[in-house]
Ligand binder design. Structure first.
Ligand code: CDP
Length: 223
């Protein structure tokens, strides 16, 4: 008798506008796996701190986080972070959040709160009957799921990434976010040892998805 296929965790990390979200979404739909965009978590918390007028300082943010009830809504194959029962909307992609998110994401209480929350998404995926989880971010393969069945790191030249963000019509200083994200003390952006490094500068989205999908398929049904 065939043994049931294993539950697979796929970690996709990379810098700003490196193609993580599009790749993760396409992969999740193909298999189907639960899709989790952890950048949206940091953005949602940042939007909430800005709304409450809280500065990016550990003590103040730690106190505010203790009062935030975080939940999860599974919708259309994705797990969305709820804050006090509400999934934040497009405000998480505003220029104000783009400018502030890396400052909040560098804080220990923010990372500690999201570490447990994000690890818990594997159980959310299992309990909803998904065969796996695709989680994208900056520290998924290094900190959140270092034992993930597949860890991918996406690179692209800064000029190409700036073009992609401009095509999305967004005002976003991606080079500055990358600088802050790579140089912070806690869970910096880095390609962890053992992760599969893909440079997408000259690849189409379909090419990147095909490459990663082949790696996923090989892990789901090893020879
Ligand atoms: O817009 P883009 O896809 O480039 O970024 P994002 O994935 O939405 O992440 C926004 C910001 O959240 C990043 O610049 C990081 O400061 C932070 N982040 C993080 O620190 N760790 C993660 N795992 C994901 C995002």
């Amino acid at each position: 008798m065939d043994s049931p296929s294993p539950f697979l965790i796929v970690a996709i990390d990379g810098g700003a506008a490196s193609g993580k979200s599009s790749t993760a979404r396409a992969l999740a739909a193909r298999f189907p796996f639960l899709h989790v965009d952890t950048g949206a978590h940091y953005r949602a918390i940042t939007a909430e701190m800005l709304r409450q007028g809280i500065p990016p300082e550990e003590a103040a943010v730690g106190r505010a986080l203790a009062d935030l009830a975080l939940g999860t809504r599974v919708q259309d194959g994705a797990a969305l972070l709820e804050i006090a029962g509400r999934v934040p909307g497009e405000e998480i992609r505003s220029p104000a959040v783009n400018a502030a998110v890396s400052h909040f994401a560098a804080l220990r209480p923010v990372r500690a709160a999201l570490l447990q929350y994000q690890r818990g998404q594997a159980e959310v995926a299992r309990s909803h009957g998904f065969r796996g989880l695709v989680m994208e971010g900056r520290d998924i393969g290094s900190v959140i799921f270092p034992d993930a069945g597949l860890r991918v790191f996406l690179h692209a030249d800064p000029e190409e990434r700036a073009r992609r963000r401009a095509r999305e019509g967004q005002q976003d200083s991606i080079a500055e976010r990358d600088r802050l994200d790579s140089s912070r003390q806690h869970a910096p952006l880095t390609c962890p040892a053992g992760a599969i490094d893909i440079n997408s500068t000259h690849l189409s989205l379909d090419d990147v998805v095909a490459r990663v999908a082949a790696l996923v398929a090989a892990r789901l049904s090893p020879p």
